[in-house]
Structures are given as C-alpha cells and as structure tokens.
Design a protein around this ligand. Structure first.
Ligand SMILES: [Zn+2]
Length: 590
C-alpha cells in the first residue's frame, strides 16, 4: 500500500467512513521508528506516559520521540530510549495522559485581543448580576458616559428574557446604559432612551422600530443600529504593538487549555498578517488557519473579493495559512433569526420579541445566489464554508451545493464546511454524506442553551441540537469548538474555549442545568477526542500532519493531569492541562 493510500485508509477510518474490518492492510506499527530516526537522536522524549495516539488502530503507547518539531517515533519506553542522546530533553510523565494537541476550529482571536484592550468581559447569568455589573461600572466611569453591558445572550440569563428599562434604571440613572442582544434588539435605561430622543411617545428612529409599554414609555428598540452606534464614541485605535501583545496573550490562554491550532473563523489578510508578525517575532504559539468572510453575491463580486485577498487557496506554511471563504447565510438561535423549516409560533415569537407567528427566521442569500458563489469559489480553487444555523437554512445551502456538484462533481472533494448547522435531520445527513460536507459546531452552546431550547422550541429540537451522534453515525467529519468571541477565562468566556469542557459535553450530553436532551447524541471518548483533533484537522486538509500522535506528524501535544479515557465522566471537565507542546516546544507549563 502506498503511503498515500495508507493515509487515506487511516483517514477514512478516523472519519468513521470505513469500518475497521475494511482496513485489510493496516498502517505500519507506529512503535517502529522511521528509518532515519535510528541514527539520529531525539530533541525531546516523553516517557512513562499513557499516550492516546488516535492512530488508525486506536493504540495507546507510553513514549514519544520528537526531532525538528516532528514526531519521529511512538512506542514503549524501551523502544524510545535508544533515541535519547546527550542533548535530548527528557520528560518523565509518571503515567500522565498525552493526547494530540487540541484544534480549536472556530474562534475569533483577533476580536478577543482587540476587545480585551477596551473592555473587561463578564459572564452574567441573571439580571441581578447584570445590575451589579452596571453599578460597578458606573463607579468607574465619569457620569454621563455610556455603559454597554457585555454581550450576554438572553438564553443564558436566569430570567430568560430581556432586562426592562426599569431594571436598568434601578442599577443606574447617572449614565446612559445599553444592553444589546446582537440581533439588533436594544434595551436602554431612561437616560439612554432620552439621549436617543425617543422618550416622548411620538419619538421615532429613522432606522429602527420602538416597542412601547401601555403608558407609552419605550421598552426595546428593534433595528436602529446606526442611530444608536452614532451616539456612542467609538473605541480608540490601539497601537499595533498593543494589539500584538494582546493577541499573544489570547494564544497563551489557548495554550493553557491544550490548544495548539486554531481556525480564525472570520478574518481578512490584514488580520492574518498579525499572526505572521507574531510568527516572525517568535511569539506565535498556536498554528492558525484563516477563514475569509465576505458578503459578495455575484460571480464578479466574488472574483473581485478573491483577487483582493492576494492569496492563493491554502497559501502559507505549517504555522499560518489561508483556509476557506465564508458567507453568513442565516442568523442564530440566541436572537430569533435562525432559519427554520417551521414557523416560529407564539412561544418563540414572544421569547424573541417578534411579531409575526408565521416568521421562519432570516436567510440572507437565495439558493441561486449561493449557487453562483459556491460555483465561483470552486472555479477559483477555494474551499467554501457557510455560517448557517437553522435546518431550513442548511437544506438551502445543501441544495445550492448539490446544484454546483451536478456540473462540477469535484466540489465534493473540497470539504465544504457547514459552520454551526445546529439541527441535523436524516435529509441533511444524507446530503452532507453525498456532498463530502464537513461540520464545525459548538459544544458550549448545547451546554448553555439546550435547556432553554427544549422549553421554547420543544424537546425534539433540543434532541437534534448540536447532534454530534447523528453526525458521527452518518460518517460526517464533525469538529467541536467554541466560537470564542469575548473574554479570556477558558471556562467563562463568551464562549468557553476549554476543550476538556467540550469533551465532557460530548461524552455526557449534560447541560449546565444537568439536563440531557438526546441520549443518542453522546459520543464515546475516542470519537469525542476526534472532534477536537483529527476531524478539525481534516477541515483544513491537515490530517496528514495534525490531529493524531504518529511518526511524521507535527509534535503538537497536550499532557493532562488525569486519565481522560478511564476517569469518571463527571471528572472530564475538571481535567487540567499540565503542559502544551507545539512543534516540539513547550508553550505552556502549569
Ligand atoms: Zn464565529
């Protein structure tokens, strides 16, 4: 079997696309060092560990040898010891577990880094906590300055609703206060509404709609983004050095939870350049794949956008490289804009403060427009990805993609990626398998939001929500990730980027409130581990160099303080990373 065929078998096995029995000729024993390794000594050796290799045979080993940033051998201590020379760094791990470095396949590190320079993020779980936060902020800021409540979705507040202006007034009357739920719905305190000039019942906004109480007082603004934003001074521009340092700190936070690679999921060449600059300065501690988000709709506009990128598809090196293009097809479940196959109905309409019970959510592109975009990206050699959350939105994306595949079947090899795709259905699974589609989805959303979803969407929706088991059984490579946007605390950022919490969610299917929606979605521990290692590697065509611990792959490793494979389920989230190694170099040590 050629190396290429061999890696294909390993890949298909890893993706669950081929059963073990079908792998007649298995890959060579990983305990055997590569031929060149016999004469040259290792730079780094890890001994006495429990190494979860995630190779095609699902082997565990006890030792790893690394040279020039790559794994050169994996096996028993006795097999690795001959590779230890005078200058080899030796880590004796006393039974600790080593797993492949985690791949965070959806984050917004540059946004987090910039945000961290302007604001301190707080995870708020109730309106009372929000009021306390506002009171503290009011003491810090001169009277009259705007206070913006940090982004916290209403699904994650204990009350499961927007705060009222009176509740914001109860916390602060000296500063205008603003709560924004992102979907262009805004609640302000009285001073805020006064500044907006809409306190009088006749007050209007040129670009928004006011919801008023029976007494005429404003309650909430829908739309109005331009007018509201114009009132609030923009955040100051920070010198590039400050942004770079902040970004380096974000990446260190990632390293502290074992993350060794990230997908920056909405970037541009300028932001990708920040990572390049860190790389040149020797400060880049995770590998980065950029995703380029655009909003062009015609073939000409897509061509123009791509020309402006000034990058070839996949251009870069093993540290920073160009990934797919991305469009945003629908909204989200936090904001009442996810595109569904059924009308929202009275319960969801009330929850999201909408009006039309027949409403089914937003869809920003027609199927014909998507077909044009996907076909153009295909012709230009680019992988495509789509933000799409609802099942109707997902079906329309797949319809457009299947039209493209009818003319250009090679699009099926380009690993079209659905980003979010919250609600797999038999039809969605069938089409994804047929079209070679991959999925990037978010564990923490299930953890935080599924209980609310069960309530306002119904249990059947909650059981499909972030349906990991459904994806895996259908043979779809699925990557589990955070969509990290704000905040630096691994467990309490928006959204948590702790892969061990994600693994726990994948294995237990437990929400923060202790609910389990859809037993069938639980993953076994190895498949859960694949969702944060091998499968995300596949999303960026990196499965030959990342995602498992095998000779020839890059030496990206995480050392855990407990045994992920055998510890009680409820302890998985409490496992801590002791050491993170990227390219053979320790980038984090607890
Ligand atoms: Zn995102």
């Amino acid at each position: 079997m050629s190396p290429r065929t061999r890696s294909l078998v390993a890949l298909l096995l890893g993706c669950g696309l081929l059963s073990s029995a079908a792998a007649v000729a298995a890959p060579p024993d990983t305990a055997t060092p590569a031929p060149s390794a016999k004469t040259q000594k290792a730079d780094l050796a890890l001994l006495g560990a429990k190494v979860v290799t995630l190779d095609a045979k699902e082997r565990t080993a006890s030792a790893i040898a690394v040279r020039d940033g790559k794994i050169i051998a994996v096996g028993t201590d006795q097999e690795i010891e001959p590779l230890i020379g005078g200058s080899t760094e030796v880590l004796r791990l006393e039974g600790k577990t080593v797993v492949p470095g985690f791949i965070e396949s959806h984050c917004h590190a540059v946004g987090v880094a910039r945000g961290a320079l302007d604001e301190t993020y707080a995870e708020l779980t109730s309106i009372a906590e929000m009021q306390d936060w506002i009171r503290r902020r009011a003491r810090e800021l001169p009277a009259g300055r705007w206070i913006e409540v940090p982004r916290n979705e209403i699904t994650r507040l204990k009350e499961r609703r927007f705060p009222t202006p009176a509740e914001l007034d109860a916390a602060c009357t000296t500063h205008p206060v603003l709560y924004n739920s992102v979907s262009n719905k805004w609640v302000l305190n009285s001073l805020g509404f006064e500044r907006l000039g809409v306190m009088a019942p006749a007050g209007k906004l040129p670009d928004g709609e006011l919801l008023r109480a029976a007494d005429g007082k404003p309650l909430l603004v829908r739309g109005g983004t331009k007018t509201i934003r114009a009132l609030i001074p923009a955040a100051p521009q920070h010198p590039r050095d400050e942004v770079l340092s902040s970004l380096a700190e974000v990446l260190e936070r990632y390293n502290s939870v074992g993350i060794t690679s990230i997908f920056e999921r909405a970037t541009d060449p300028q932001n990708l350049e920040l990572f390049r600059e860190l790389q040149e300065k020797g400060r880049l501690t995770t590998r980065v794949t950029g995703t380029f988000r655009f909003s062009a709709k015609s073939a000409e506009a897509v061509e123009k956008y791509v020309a402006g990128l000034n990058l070839k598809p996949g251009e870069g090196d093993e540290w920073v490289k160009a990934g797919p293009l991305k469009i945003t097809v629908d909204g989200g479940i936090h904001w009442g804009t996810t595109r569904l196959t059924e009308p929202y109905g009275p319960k969801r309409i009330a929850f999201y403060r909408l009006t039309d019970p027949e409403y089914r959510g937003e869809q920003f592109y027609t199927v014909a427009e998507m077909q044009t975009i996907f076909a153009t990206a295909q012709r230009l050699g680019w992988q495509m990805s789509c933000h799409v959350t609802g099942d109707e939105g997902t079906l329309r994306v797949l319809e457009a993609l299947s039209r493209v595949a009818a003319d250009a079947p090679e699009v099926k090899q380009r690993r079209f990626t659905l980003i979010h795709a919250y609600f797999p259905s038999p039809e969605i699974l069938r089409q994804c398998a047929d079209l070679g589609v991959c999925v990037d989805t978010q564990g923490y959303l299930y953890y935080k939001d599924a209980d609310v979803l069960a309530d306002i969407y119904g249990t059947q929706w909650a059981e499909r929500f972030i349906g990991l088991g459904d994806w895996v059984r259908a043979g779809i490579p699925v990557a589990l990730n955070s969509d990290h946007m704000i905040g630096l605390d691994p467990d309490h950022a928006m959204n948590s980027f702790n892969p061990l919490l994600m693994l726990s969610i994948a294995v237990t299917r437990k929400t923060l409130g202790g609910g389990i929606h859809g037993e069938r979605q639980k993953l076994n521990r190895l498949d859960a581990l694949r969702t944060v290692t091998l499968w995300p590697a596949r999303l960026s065509f990196d499965e030959d160099r990342l995602g498992s611990i095998e000779p020839g792959k890059l030496a990206d490793l995480a050392v855990l303080d407990g045994d992920y494979l055998t510890c009680p389920e409820e302890q998985i989230a409490r496992l801590r990373v002791e050491r993170t190694i990227v390219g053979g170099r320790t980038v984090y040590k607890r």
